[in-house]
Design a protein around this ligand. Structure first.
Ligand SMILES: Cc1ncc(COP(=O)(O)O)c(C=O)c1O
Length: 390
């Protein structure tokens, strides 16, 4: 599995915490890419006119094309954005909905979007349908069926996570997109956790819309993502924050190129991020996907065995991130924090860790991650410490 190399891989990252098992929330960038970003910041600040008028746009165009090639899309069909939040806002603002139209989501999606959906429903009269996918889950066919079962003839769009935020399941997304497409429903795939985590071949997947965050599993600096829009769905899609070249009569790839003056250094780091991290593993990114998955599966088995926690899904629905439900929520005391943050806070105070817990279907889940800087010893340490408090 190549785990013998993890200590040398870990040397590329600097963390303030002794153990970091929450790559899923905000990612983490290796030192050499952080240094590169600082260099780009200096260059931008040394001659802002030159950067914003001439050099920046040219360099960003090269970056955009390289990113498109990495995820298997035609270069005219992908734009760079700050994050998935911006990508989703742009698509939802660009589409028009009639009262009674429906948007299908699942109960495993990213919780903060509930406010976005409630507000869209209030303004437009669109209705949100929630497909309830079981957890634990044993069968990917069940997931597809649960999604299809919620459709009606008013359903216009589905918004579905590729790797689910709450439960870390790798949904059979290509089959979901295909099944929905056959019923005449477009899908916006929230692939926030996908790029750098699993191989993407997006033109082949054929979703109408696909967005991902480069600052998570690809390890790019924060404020870096992309939005893919299938060529036949581009006509109306403009950025949520719009300025020069953003009008719908401009080529799609140009519309997101100027959204006001802002720092674009994180985007400029993308080619080096893909190349440098890909070079850490002798099999490149394919080796990283396989290695991180194998580590996550071993770590999950270890935690399950040692702490008596039930494994909630088969290996085929798992990537490099996994959840384990606690039998009984650990007592972590009141701190005026949201209930799901109390455990994270306690682990940080007691052991100095970064990890993540979430509330789902009335249970507290621990969501853990495996990236190159993690090795099995990290989870052994976690087990030892959890045993003292559970
Ligand atoms: C599934 C999913 N979608 C969207 C987001 C939002 O990402 P960002 O804040 O970078 O836009 C997250 C962040 O964790 C996520 O997990």
């Amino acid at each position: 599995m190549g785990d013998d190399l993890y200590e040398s891989w870990a040397g590329h990252w600097s963390f303030a915490t002794p153990l970091y098992l929450n790559h899923g929330s905000f990612g983490a960038t290796p030192d050499e890419i952080n240094i590169l970003k600082e260099r780009f910041d200096r260059e931008l600040n040394a001659d802002r006119d030159w950067f914003f008028w001439f050099e920046g746009p040219e360099r960003l165009e090269v970056v955009r094309r390289q990113m498109a090639a990495f995820v298997g899309v035609d270069e005219g069909n992908m734009v760079l954005v700050d994050n998935v939040t911006e990508a989703l806002a742009s698509v939802l603002k660009s589409l028009s909905f009639e009262p009674g139209d429906e948007i299908l989501i699942t109960d495993h999606g990213y919780p903060p979007y509930e406010d976005v959906f409630r507000e869209l429903a209030r303004r437009t009269g669109v209705k949100f349908l929630v497909a309830e996918v079981p957890y634990p889950v044993t069968d990917d066919g069940q997931i597809i069926q649960d999604v299809l079962d919620r459709l009606t003839d008013r359903t216009r769009l589905a918004i579905i996570d590729h790797i689910t935020s709450r439960t870390a399941l790798v949904f059979p997304i290509a089959r979901i997109v295909d099944a929905l497409g056959k019923k005449g429903v477009d899908t916006f795939v929230d692939g926030a956790h996908a790029v750098g985590h699993v191989k993407l071949d997006l033109e082949k997947m054929g979703a109408a819309y696909y967005a991902s965050n480069n600052h998570k599993w690809l390890c790019a600096p924060v404020s870096s993502g992309f939005l893919y829009v299938r060529s036949d769905r581009q006509a109306d899609i403009i950025p949520a924050v719009a300025s020069k070249d953003s009008a719908a009569d401009r080529p799609f790839a140009a519309r997101f190129s100027w959204q006001g003056t802002k720092n674009l250094s994180a985007r400029l780091c993308l080619p080096e991020t893909m190349a440098v991290i890909g070079s850490y593993h002798h099999e490149g990114w394919a080796g990283i996907y396989g290695r991180n998955h194998a580590l996550a599966v071993r770590a999950r088995e270890l935690l399950s065995r040692e702490l008596g926690l039930a494994i909630p899904c088969p290996e085929s629905l798992t990537g490099a991130m996994f959840t384990l439900p606690f039998q009984k929520a650990p007592q972590t005391g009141e701190r005026g924090l949201r209930p799901e943050l109390r455990f994270n806070h306690m682990m940080r105070e007691k052991f100095g860790y970064g990890l993540n817990t979430l509330l789902f279907k009335g249970r507290l889940l621990m969501r853990l991650t495996a990236h190159l800087y993690n090795g099995l010893a990290d989870y052994e340490r976690l087990v030892k410490d959890l045993k003292t408090i559970l």
